[in-house]
Design a protein around this ligand. Sequence first.
Ligand SMILES: [Zn+2]
Length: 103
Amino acid sequence: MPDRLLELEKKAMHNEDMPHGLTQSELVQLYKLYYDHTYSREQAKDIKQELIATYQNNAFWEKLFAYHASIRNRYSPVMTEAEKHGCPICKKLVRIFDGRETE
Ligand SMILES: [Zn+2]
């Protein structure tokens, strides 16, 4: 088991406050450990609530990422055309979209 998870499990077992911003996978692992170990039902309830909130937050960002990926898939071939077009405006746009120009 990773050290970080061991540390979190110990905190849970001793009913200590958990750090904020645990990742979804850390929360899932902690919640699974509840079934194998002995920290309290109340502690597991808190972990589960945090897990649900984190899951919902991640689901939102995943949806947003998928939306932007679908847009990127549509403009990507056009960026190749724009690069070949060669005028300064097209070149600047391509540099911005592919990350070469950041300011
Ligand atoms: Zn152009």
